[in-house]
Write a protein that binds this ligand. Structure first.
Ligand SMILES: NC(=O)NCCC[C@H](N)C(=O)O
Length: 306
């Protein structure tokens, strides 16, 4: 049994194995069936979710597990029971727990203090590890490799951006260029860590706060919605700050072969134009389907005998 709380906890071999397994499920080259037969998975979400909650629920069911689902008002944590006590009790009854908390990564670590039930981070404020596994699965299935890809991430340096930077930076010759609005960049510690990873792997990670000279010759253009879960923007002029970071077809002039990725939900006309999201370059909905294949890979990995 092992937890997946942060991509930082994964070895390079673990990360590659999860992405490759996700791609195997995505291609249909491995059958889902009884990999989790006899196990019971819990799904506990304190925040809204369409893709992550459904992908893990469907993945667990497709692999033969039974499912118990808890909404934000269900557990006694609402009446003051500690997260540790809650996790200890659940661990006597469940084999896995997929959790989206209020955002603080310490809450996930509290759930993971017991060692009977595998805990999966379904998004915290700082990182969205299973999103990155789905993103890399999408790149691997489309390009046949992750190594050497040139990726431009445009938008707020949020949890999805952090997980993407922390994982892509571990693949040789990847070039990751982050274009984040001024004041809404990647957490500096996360950027330093991604650049540290990149030095070891031979990747390159850079961040700039301008779209003045658009990216050129990239393989992937990735964006995210402007309103990240659980955050607010104190600056009343924030929309003007974000406007140049909207993904439009103009970006394809300099990268005609690039594919478009989005962690979704999208807001057409805000973070991305309808022309791009619904156009021929877009893999955004394949990417959302890959969340289910990545979830299958993650659930299998969490309970694998070692
Ligand atoms: N794919 C997802 O999990 N989408 C929901 C969250 C998107 C974004 N990273 C957010 O924090 O709002």
């Amino acid at each position: 049994m092992r937890h997946l709380i942060s991509t930082k906890d994964l070895t390079d071999a673990d990360l590659r194995a999860l992405v490759e397994r996700g791609a195997e499920f995505s291609r249909g080259s491995v059958r889902s069936g009884d990999q989790l037969a006899g196990l019971v998975a819990g799904i506990h979400f304190l925040k809204t979710s369409t893709r992550t909650r459904t992908s893990f629920s469907s993945a667990a069911l497709r692999l033969g597990a039974q499912l118990v689902s808890f909404g934000p008002g269900d557990l006694q944590t609402n009446t003051g029971e500690t997260l540790e006590d809650t996790a200890e009790v659940l661990s006597r009854m469940l084999d896995l727990l997929v959790v989206r908390t209020a955002g603080d990564p310490a809450e996930l670590r509290a759930f993971a203090r017991q060692d009977r039930m595998a805990v999966v981070n379904a998004m915290t404020a700082d990182e969205h590890p299973t999103q990155a596994i789905a993103d890399l699965t999408t790149m691997l299935t489309h390009f046949g490799r992750v190594e050497g890809l040139r990726v431009c991430y445009v938008g707020e340096g949020n949890n999805s951006a952090a997980a993407l930077a922390l994982t892509l930076s571990r693949y040789p010759d990847v070039q990751l260029e982050l274009r984040t609005p001024p004041g809404y960049g990647l957490d500096p510690g996360t950027l330093r860590r991604a650049q540290h990873n990149a030095r070891a792997s031979g990747a390159r990670v850079s961040e700039t706060h301008s779209m003045a000279s658009p990216p050129q010759g990239v393989d992937v253009i990735y964006t995210t919605r402007w309103q990240t879960t659980g955050t607010s923007k104190p600056d009343p002029g924030w929309r003007d700050v974000f406007a140049p970071f909207r993904v439009t077809t103009a970006l394809w002039d300099r990268s005609p072969d690039a594919v478009f990725l989005h962690d979704l939900p999208a807001h057409r006309g805000e973070d991305v134009t309808a022309e791009v999201l619904d156009g021929p370059h877009s893999l955004a909905f394949d990417q959302s389907e890959n969340k289910m294949y990545a979830a299958m890979a993650v659930l299998e990995w969490c309970v694998a005998k070692r």
